[in-house]
Design a protein around this ligand. Structure first.
Ligand SMILES: [Fe+2]
Ligand SMILES: [Fe+2]
Length: 412
């Protein structure tokens, strides 16, 4: 039974089923947990959360029999697949960011060249060089294994290049990074990397006037557009490239949605392959956050809010949570304003709570850039001196280029 109780009355052993706040507005990684320490209650109180919902069936410690009983707030969700992956795994970060960043930049640039060659080959109906793609995917997987934040920062900091070339590569980076955070095996990561690199190949066979139409597509045009997923799979099969079936499956199923509204096979719930789900989430995220000819990309946290809205309808709720946890509300490379007005660049999010990344404080409250910056771990009270993130600053309004703080110079 779900009961609403005052946060101050929470006790160790009670199961909180919902903190009653949006995901970005509470201190926990998920909205539910079994209280095992008093500090968890204090965290909620510090956030101004005065009431929570507890599930008495899951609680070891029962509340006193008062207060009205309530129905669960969350709508019922479709049957879940037996997930191959259970939760975000704590990773060992073996390589410091500053050491990995130049290597990641090299791997990214090489992969971008391959992505361009892939597009050209497909447009001219030439054979795809799978071994080259494989080599690049291996390099991306290795970089992510050494430090997940380097490549994800990189895709945020780059400004140039055509969406046609960068989209599949960015989806690949986001997917590998998410897969790594979820503890996928190396071979699954490589399959995911390949599948995502190829996921939109079929779009190269869609006529330009439909692909780049600025207005709304007609029903017929939309049907043509949707055929790209099947065509991506067909290109890979018809060329007899010897790629793993699961790679083809990622390409074919990246637009499937759990309520059956996706395409091409209207798969539902657990029928959708997990790797295709990761590709689908990364695909939506990259499409929303990328600058295009006709519109400016959303800020990452707005895109994640949008994706959160697809929870339970388009994507399994727990997969959405895992994706958000992995990408971070403030991805590396973002500029934020702190509660004191200082400006900071997000440096590292891996293995951290969503709201307390490692930041570099680069400007004072008047926007004056410091000549010597300071790295601050917002999760450590002794370092953060009460600093919290108050808002995201769009890169165009920051007054500086965050890439500078990663020692990153674009060679385009
Ligand atoms: Fe697609
Ligand atoms: Fe896509």
């Amino acid at each position: 039974m779900i009961r609403k109780i005052a946060t101050k009355n929470l006790e160790i052993g009670m199961f909180v089923s919902d903190v009653g706040r949006a995901w970005f507005n509470h201190p926990w990684k998920t909205k539910s947990r079994l209280i095992s320490e008093r500090s968890e209650v204090d965290e909620l109180l510090k956030f101004g959360i005065t009431e929570v919902y507890i599930d008495t069936d899951k609680s070891i410690k029962k509340p006193r029999p008062d207060g009205p009983s309530l129905k669960p707030k969350m709508p019922p969700v479709p049957a879940r697949p037996a997930p191959a992956i259970r939760q975000i795994k704590a990773e060992e970060i073996s390589t410091p960011l500053e050491e990995e960043f130049p290597r990641a930049a090299k791997a990214y640039n090489k992969a971008l060249d391959t992505s361009k060659a892939l597009v050209a080959a497909c447009r001219m109906n030439k054979r795809i060089e799978v071994s080259e793609v494989k080599e690049n995917v291996d390099a991306l997987c290795e970089s992510v294994s050494r430090n997940r934040d380097a490549l994800t920062a990189l895709i945020k900091l780059r400004h140039f290049d055509d969406y046609t070339y960068t989209h599949s590569l960015n989806v690949s980076v986001l997917s590998i990074s998410t897969g790594k955070a979820l503890g996928l095996s190396d071979s699954d990561l490589k399959i995911l990397g390949m599948g995502t690199m190829f996921h939109d190949l079929g779009k190269l066979r869609i006529p330009d006037q439909i692909l780049n139409k600025p207005g709304k597509l007609t029903d017929d045009e939309f049907a043509v557009m949707r055929s790209h997923a099947t065509m991506s799979a067909e290109i890979l099969t018809e060329q007899n490239l010897g790629v793993d079936d699961q790679v083809i499956q990622v390409a074919r199923s990246h637009h499937e949605r759990i309520d059956g509204s996706g395409y091409p096979d209207q798969l539902m719930g657990g029928q959708i392959p997990p790797l295709a789900t990761i590709c689908g989430l990364s695909d939506v995220y990259d499409a929303l956050t990328s600058d295009r000819v006709y519109h400016k990309g959303m800020l990452p946290h707005d895109a994640l809010k949008f994706i959160y809205g697809l929870r339970g309808s388009h994507f399994q709720p727990d997969w959405v949570d895992r994706f958000i946890q992995s990408v971070g509300i403030y991805p590396p490379g973002s500029v934020v304003e702190l509660n004191t007005g200082h400006l900071a660049v997000i440096m590292e999010v891996s293995n951290r709570s969503l709201l307390t990344p490692l930041v570099k404080v680069v400007a004072d409250p008047h926007g004056q850039i410091y000549s010597r910056t300071k790295l601050v771990d917002l999760s450590k009270p002794a370092e953060s001196q009460g600093w919290t993130i108050s808002k995201v600053v769009p890169p165009s309004e920051a007054g500086f280029d965050p890439a500078y703080y990663f020692n990153f110079k674009e060679s385009v």
